[in-house]
Design a protein around this ligand. Structure first.
Ligand code: B12
Length: 219
């Protein structure tokens, strides 16, 4: 597994530098075949994204490369989310908690949120992923329509949350609301009556699953 992770990271960087989408796709396909989802996400996808950010900030990676990586990962992660986990294939009617995930208006950084949705699914949760730039009234409508057991919002800027304080306060009264990402600082989380998720996406999944179990639904 360690070999796959190191090899994939090396292959990905070589492919990204030359915009070689085919090689990158093969490397990712092999990774997700060989390594369990959370291992692939924490071992390759998140560190890779972090390094893209570091190189981009250092000026050693162009905006074109960064967009290329984001698009490639998004396509792969979205494809993975269209394959039902074994548990669902075995019994699609078995009760399990529903978690609604979205980014507030103006927020486009949804790749980590998508990873979290996939890892939640692996743990038996039914994620309902709305993705980037979602109007808060639509989040509220979807939360009611899905009878979500929890709502997770992620953003890089606190203002993406605080611009909707009163709506988010109401949403938090209706059902458990969790904030995540760089914008979810202590003050902001308190202002909208939410709970902060751990910054580490894997710890956040464990935390959420624990909280859902404590809520004690019928799953
Ligand atoms: C990829 C990327 C994009 C992609 C996003 C693709 C996508 N669909 O997600 C695209 C190209 C769309 C993009 C656009 C922009 N981006 Co951008 N982007 C990045 C980049 C390079 C990587 C982001 C990333 O995924 N990082 C990897 C993750 C693992 O790290 P992280 O974001 O720090 O997240 C950590 C935690 O916060 C947590 N976390 C994050 N989300 C969640 C969600 C959950 C549920 C949980 C539990 C945890 C969690 O997990 C990580 C744990 O370490 C960063 C640079 C960087 N250093 O991160 C800039 C960065 C985030 N972008 C930035 C900016 C400014 C922009 C733009 C405004 C640029 C522009 N002028 O057009 C636009 C528009 C943004 C918008 N309206 O939302 C800034 C944000 C600064 C800020 N706080 O306001 C950054 C930090 C770059 C910088 N230093 O200036 N970007």
């Amino acid at each position: 597994m360690v070999v796959t992770i190191t090899t994939t990271t090396g292959e990905l960087w070589a492919a990204v530098e030359t915009f070689d989408a085919e090689t990158a796709e093969i490397a990712l396909a092999r990774l997700f075949w060989d390594v369990p989802l959370s291992g692939a996400v924490t071992g390759v996808v998140l560190p890779f994204l972090r390094e893209v950010g570091d190189r981009w900030e250092a000026g050693t990676l162009s905006v074109a490369h960064e967009h290329f990586v984001s698009d490639m990962l998004r396509r792969k992660l979205s494809a993975l989310s269209s394959v039902p986990p074994h548990r669902v294939l075995e019994d699609a009617t078995a009760p399990s908690p529903v978690v609604l995930l979205a980014c507030p208006p103006g927020e486009r950084h949804d790749l980590v949120l998508l990873c979290v949705a996939l890892m939640l699914r692996e743990r038996g949760v039914r994620p309902r992923f709305l993705g980037a730039d979602t109007p808060i009234p639509s989040v509220v409508t979807a939360a009611r329509a899905t009878n979500a057991d929890a709502v997770v919002l992620a953003a890089t800027r606190a203002t993406a949350f605080t611009a909707h304080s009163s709506s988010l306060l109401k949403l938090a009264e209706d059902r458990p609301l969790y904030l995540a990402g760089r914008g979810a600082d202590v003050q902001t989380v308190a202002e909208v009556g939410a709970t902060a998720l751990p910054d580490d996406p894997v710890r956040a999944v464990v935390f959420l699953v624990g909280a859902l179990n404590e809520l004690g639904g019928s799953w």
